[in-house]
Design a protein around this ligand. Structure first.
Ligand code: C2O
Ligand code: CU
Length: 484
């Protein structure tokens, strides 16, 4: 993986100059933002909520002219938003109508490994996969996507991505903006490169070892989107659904906005900021206040980590994302409550086990992913602290299945406000030490693993991933038990 290394600052500057957006304002914002439909469901005789999903190939018109070959779920591109409440028993019938195997992973969900949808739960062409579990975690913005080993980047890039909103009573009782598609708006942000025939290009000059870095931005599959604002406060559920690109979100007038939730749910209190950096797989819920009649653009700006990420400056630079057009009068019935969620309060001093992970060279701790190797077992119910480090200065982040973790410290310091809530994915600024506390509970399986990996999809596919099992009992000296 040396492609990106070989690209010096000069090459990137040239690429940016030749890209679609080298200054602000080159996007026309002439398409209404598509809002993914809410998935329909039925209650079966035993009260289980059942969703039918159909994974299919199709063609999608993103721009005038030829349509693009895409994949989608219950449609030709992306999938419906799934919504379920804490405590609900849910089930899926997921039919794979593609001509190749895929899988559906529930990113951020606490659930049994056999339902996780990772690389061991492949769905063959024509087959139907029927996972089911009871939702048991706080209200949050989660998402779903394929996870076959070596195929994840390709399958997501073609369009297999959807949002999964978990509701709970506590969040429902707050007066947050919560009218789906009106003042509570999902935003799946993705970069794509189109060729002359409007087909997705799976590589780009800047991509290098990161795979593709697209030069056009889709939000919910809309190119050049605008959203008509009808309320003073609007909640945006931002998902970085890109393969590799970072977004450093902000508004064109630098207005402040309130971060109210991170990957795993609401923060104890809103944090006001004017910039927010999200790496692939991360989510954030923000609330933006509008005044009647105004127009403002959501963009991605160069991040303060440009220096630390060195040659990657361009990745978060100068992108127009979505235009917001406020109506002449705005409804004003929601608020940002002073107190929202509860703070995660894991105490690192109580850790039963510490582990460390270094991400570099298509491997974690020098071990490339092997579907037949379980890297370690964790004991059910025990608190673990994982120290994670980006060892080679490329763009990496770290995602763990089944849990939401708490970032205890970054290089020994209290983490910045946007990393203090529940997280399942965290950007690894090169060489900083991230101490993550987590507890795996409820579900044990000695044979079927969960994954941890870099969510830059090409890195994941190339082997920057490992597997762990959750055990009722851990044999002493468990460091890495072999598994065949
Ligand atoms: Cu978003 Cu292991 O995945
Ligand atoms: Cu990586």
């Amino acid at each position: 993986a040396t492609g990106a290394l070989a690209l010096g600052g000069g090459a990137i500057a040239t690429w940016i100059a030749g890209a679609k957006q080298d200054t602000w304002g080159e996007v026309d914002f002439d398409s209404p933002l598509l809002v993914p439909p809410l998935a329909e469901s039925t209650l079966d005789a035993s009260g289980v909520r059942v969703f039918d999903l159909d994974i299919q190939a199709g063609r999608t018109e993103f721009k005038d002219g030829p349509a693009t070959d895409t994949w989608g779920i219950n449609g030709t591109y992306l999938g419906p938003t799934i919504r379920a409440g804490r405590g609900e028993a849910i089930a899926f019938a997921i039919r794979n109508d593609l001509d190749q195997a895929t899988s559906v992973h529930w990113h951020g969900m606490h659930l049994p490994a056999v339902m996780d949808g990772g690389p061991h739960q492949s769905i063959a062409p024509g087959d139907i996969w029927t996972p089911q579990w009871t939702v048991d975690q706080p209200a949050a913005t989660l998402w779903y996507h394929p996870h076959l080993h070596g195929k994840t980047a390709d399958h997501l890039y073609r369009g297999l991505t959807g949002m999964f909103i978990v509701d709970d009573e506590e969040a429902g009782a707050l007066h947050l903006p919560s009218s789906y598609g009106v003042d509570d708006v999902p935003m799946i942000v993705q970069d794509r490169t189109f060729n002359g025939d409007h087909q997705f290009e799976a590589s780009s000059p800047l991509g290098g070892s990161l795979g593709v870095i697209g030069d056009e931005i889709l939000v919910n599959g809309t190119l050049g989107p605008y959203f008509d604002v009808t309320t003073r406060l609007v909640r945006l559920r931002l998902l970085n659904g890109s393969n590799a690109r970072l977004y450093h979100f902000g508004f064109s007038d630098d207005r402040p906005f309130s971060l109210i939730a991170t990957d795993g749910g609401l923060l104890p209190e809103a944090w006001e900021t004017d910039r927010l950096l999200l790496s692939p797989g991360e989510r954030a819920e923000i609330i933006v206040a509008f005044t009647p009649g105004e127009t403002v653009d959501l963009r991605s700006y160069q991040s303060e980590h440009g220096g630390a990420l060195g040659r990657f400056d361009g990745f978060a630079d100068r992108l127009d994302i979505c235009r917001f057009r406020a109506a002449a009068t705005l409804a004003d019935e929601t608020e940002i409550p002073a107190v929202m969620g509860s703070a995660p309060d894991l105490d690192g001093a109580e850790a039963a086990r510490e582990r460390s992970f270094v991400l570099e060279s298509d491997a974690i701790n020098d071990q490339p992913m092997d579907l037949g190797r379980i890297d370690f077992g964790v004991r059910e119910g025990a608190l673990e602290v994982w120290e994670v480090r980006n060892g080679n200065g490329f763009v990496h982040n770290f995602h763990v299945h089944d849990v939401q973790f708490q970032v205890l410290t970054v290089d020994g310091e209290t983490p910045p406000p946007h990393l203090r809530g529940r997280k399942d994915t965290v950007l690894l600024i090169p060489d900083r030490r991230y101490r993550l506390a987590m507890r795996f509970s409820d579900y044990t399986d000695p044979n079927l693993p969960y994954m941890y990996h870099c969510h830059v999809l090409q890195h994941e596919d190339e082997g920057m991933m490992g597997q762990f099992v959750v055990l009722a009992e851990v044999p002493s000296g468990d460091a890495a038990h072999a598994h065949s």
